[in-house]
Design a protein. Structure first.
Lengths: 218, 218
DNA sequence: AAGGGCCGAATTGTATACAATTATGCGGAA
DNA sequence: TTCCGCATAATTGTATACAATTCGGCCCTT
């Protein structure tokens, strides 16, 4: 039953390349040669090409016309840019979610919030990673309930790229988990109150705080 | 020297499929069978597949996993949604452009504005089409000068989809070309004055006016 | 020595054959 | 009749060969 020769070669290629970019083994500016990658992964060029396309749409890879694909080069300024664009879009989304979210949706968000607080209380080495996963789910949950798939699609690549950027430029940034938990509570409260303006400004505060995480006493 | 047998099959496939979607020959929900399209265009499946990927990232085509690609179905409500998202993003872009734009950039915008006014003054059957082309260049010009390639990439698909949506749901909408020209002048003035807030609100006005074009006396 | 054009190598673009997956329609059982 | 399962057809996924393009260096000219 070792019969999983390669059911999703394109997906495997995608994950493989993405992982190598995240780890920094493929540095920005490096050429991504289809044949080399194919040999390395053990598939043909076809799924590699599909993976590169996908990575390009997600903004991790740059390819112009017929020229070879390269790992996209990022400037540190783009970290802040991503935060600002996320603040713009996600605050708008939060405002819409305030009128559109269902009780079930609110329950999900509360559950995630509780889990995050538990992670923070527990602490430990793995806390930041666990927290980040739950945090992504929290933000994505709000996007699900804002009633606009298109808006959600706009934000997705921003989050994606931000992961690379943060790791490259600010790898050891302090997360201020406790402060984030408070923000999440505020956001949930605003959504529960069906107050778009409040939700919007809370979300903006939350994201722009992450941009400037150097406040004392948080 | 008839030597252009098929140098850019993928691009040709892309344009072909896109045109058929725009014309409504491929209706929303229709399956896009790679082999049929390939035979019709006269290329192999490979470039057709690339074209479909591209159309998918632009939001005109929907494809989930390995299932067949379909022409994306649009709801009329998405017309307004696109306008609102464009208003959100382009007003932000205009605000940034107010401080980032170069004199040369301003000159370009003024030139486009002048051309648009000439088209309106001239009138004729082709005026709306000519105007739309120049109008797109105007909006894209501002995005070029806002200093954020990422922001520009976010807006591009919105404009793209909007073209399909408008044609499908509001094909004979009145353009209010004269009013748009005034808006453009206002926007240019705001950029020239290096006033972000002014540029931002003028752009928002411009786009939300297009959303509700039923005002009298424009 | 600097610059431009040409040739070979590296790489991507396209076509096609085949494998894997998904969809469809039929037949049988409840 | 309705629903489930299975066989078969339709379609997409992958591999590979070949064509076209781009890249890089060398040589020739100035």
């Amino acid at each position: 039953m070792v019969k999983k020769p390669r059911q999703w070669a394109a997906d495997e290629a995608y994950r493989h390349i993405r992982r190598r970019i995240f780890r920094g083994e493929l540095a920005p500016g490096d050429s991504l040669i289809e044949q080399d990658l194919a040999a390395e992964i053990g598939v043909s060029r076809t799924p590699v090409r599909a993976a590169l396309h996908r990575l390009e749409t997600e903004g991790l890879v740059y390819a112009s016309g017929n020229r070879r694909a390269m790992v996209r080069e990022f400037a540190e300024a783009e970290v802040d840019e991503c935060f600002e664009l996320r603040a713009l879009l996600e605050s708008y989304a939060a405002g819409r979610a305030a009128t559109a979210i269902t009780p079930a949706g609110l329950a999900e968000l509360k559950d995630l919030s509780t889990q995050m607080e538990a992670v923070v209380a527990e602490g430990g080495e793995e806390a930041p990673v666990k927290f980040a996963t739950l945090n992504d789910q929290f933000h994505d949950g709000i996007l699900w309930h804002c009633g606009s798939q298109r808006l959600r699609d706009l934000i997705k690549p921003l989050v994606q790229v931000q992961l690379v950027l943060m790791q490259r430029f600010r790898p050891h940034i302090e997360m201020h988990l406790q402060r984030s938990c408070w923000h999440h509570r505020e956001i949930i409260a605003a959504l529960e109150a069906r107050d778009p303006a409040w939700a919007e400004t809370q979300m903006r505060t939350h994201l722009l705080s992450a941009k400037n995480p150097a406040v004392d006493g948080a």
